[in-house]
Design a protein around this ligand. Structure first.
Ligand SMILES: [Zn+2]
Ligand SMILES: [Zn+2]
Length: 139
């Protein structure tokens, strides 16, 4: 099944980081990760993540648009639902599907996402759930 980019609707390419198969957008440099993949990436060697980072930058090219968070254009690439929400992850905002727990990182967000997962020792799903209950408590 072909997955389409959440942001620019280009067809995503597959790439391997060690034993993790990820989907990345050749047009905008975005990265789609299925449930659990960011946690697996966070345990990979820095050199493996480096390779992925270069892939994301290289494809989008120096002439590509700057890495700015942009609006979600479509439904979830993995489960086709409209459940994708913008959520805070550390100091970045990511697009997270509350149904299949996949997530989309804009170009340049991979390092911040991995370090947040490493620092908190939580999964993204846990971080999102914690943030949501904190917001409920504050409301
Ligand atoms: Zn894209
Ligand atoms: Zn989904």
């Amino acid at each position: 099944m072909l997955l389409c980019c959440l942001k620019c609707t280009s067809v995503l390419d597959k790439a391997r980081v060690d034993d993790v198969e990820v989907d990345h957008c050749p047009a905008c440099g975005g990265l789609w990760l299925d449930h659990g993949e960011i946690e697996r990436l966070s345990r990979k060697m820095a050199s493996e993540v480096d390779r992925l980072r270069r892939l994301l930058q290289g494809k989008a090219g120096a002439s590509g648009p700057p890495a700015v968070p942009s609006e979600v254009q479509g439904s979830c690439p993995a489960c086709q639902s409209q459940s994708v929400k913008e959520v805070a992850l550390g100091n970045i905002h990511i697009d997270f599907c509350t149904r299949c727990k996949g997530l989309f990182l804009d170009r340049g967000e991979i390092d911040a996402a991995i370090s947040t997962v490493k620092d908190t020792k939580m999964t993204v799903a846990q971080i999102v759930a914690a943030a949501a209950s904190a917001a409920d408590a504050a409301a």
